[in-house]
Design a protein around this ligand. Sequence first.
Ligand SMILES: NC(=O)c1ccc[n+]([C@@H]2O[C@H](COP(=O)([O-])OP(=O)(O)OC[C@H]3O[C@@H](n4cnc5c(N)ncnc54)[C@H](OP(=O)(O)O)[C@@H]3O)[C@@H](O)[C@H]2O)c1
Length: 373
Amino acid sequence: MKYRRFGRTGWMVSEVGYGMWGMSSWTGSSDAESRESLQRAVDLGCNFFDTAWHYGSGHSEALLGELVRRNPGKKLYVATKIPPKNLAWPARPEFTLDDCYPPEHIEQYVRISLKNLGLENFDLIQFHSWSDAWMEDDRWVKMIDDLRRLGLFQAVGISLNRWEPWNGVRAVQSGLMDSVQVIYNLFDQNPEDELFPVCAAMDVAVIARCPLDQGSLTGRLTLDSKWPEGDWRNKRFNPEALKECVQHADALKPLVPQGTTLPGMALRFILNNPAVSTVIPGMRKAKNVEENLRVASEGPLPADLHSELRKHRWDRGAASITMLSGVVKYSFEPRSAVGTESGPSHQPGLDRAEKLFPRRTRSFFCGASSRSG
Ligand SMILES: NC(=O)c1ccc[n+]([C@@H]2O[C@H](COP(=O)([O-])OP(=O)(O)OC[C@H]3O[C@@H](n4cnc5c(N)ncnc54)[C@H](OP(=O)(O)O)[C@@H]3O)[C@@H](O)[C@H]2O)c1
């Protein structure tokens, strides 16, 4: 296992960390299998674990707490998340701090997470949704400072809404954040545009989440893929979205080098970027743990393959916005109701961008007559 610096905290975290959502909220999970996989990861050198209260109302946190106690001689970094009070993802522009993270809610959930983990403190607390509009209201800053002073956690971060890597740039620039968690994978390359340069400048750690696009980049989905009733992936991969994901993944398969797999290539693509501190694939099966952790020792992808893979960027949603050098770029994609990674419906980021960055977006909106035909 190789280790990278976790931004200004100075922690040395494993390049491949562990995403713990699936083991508590996806159908087909078994605690016995999860425990075995988590321990296998520790044995192979993984030391960074991402969980949240929302993952099974504390169940995933409890599994992580057990793991920490089972490995008293090892430093395992524990990262968890406070849910928004209204339990609504993503954070919509009209949501206020009081809707999502009023100070008393922050304190309440830090303490609930500590209880679920069975620990006296943990390493990283993250806001499970984020809107840069909340930078206008510093009550959360004071509460985080107070709780940190009590020694309940060491560092603070944000987890950004899907497809909105720009909606955290102000928070990173403020110097108040130690880490940012963002979707970054072979398809979703847009954090490279504006977010990563700011993270590098501010020495803020990047946690790359959904590295396998929640299944597409395993290369194992087919047009017939279905999940048991009630599994959120039936919405995430509705027939139209599934078709697109399978097509995009199939286009990558001929590029997989011999001796590697598509998930391996996908993880190495992410690790090629020095802005990333750790990539956190979701893993329930021990064989996936073993395969993914092996990747860390395989080193960077060759430069020519990396360049080729950059062409597979896929900006999704009704509107995807990226900001380059202060200019809003806007691209249309045929709408596919892909949904969100942790919520029932996707809210396009356009109106949010307009509110947060009115001056920068105005010229675009004026000229965008094609948007409404
Ligand atoms: N809003 C937020 O803050 C937010 C939202 C989403 C995710 N996250 C975090 O990011 C983590 C990762 O995202 P994710 O779990 O949604 O998606 P992901 O990591 O992109 O994909 C997970 C899926 O890939 C499978 N997989 C993993 N390694 C594999 C391999 N080598 N070969 C084949 N299949 C493999 C897993 O199978 P098995 O599970 O069966 O092993 C699981 O079905 C989450 O667990 C969570 O910690 C945060």
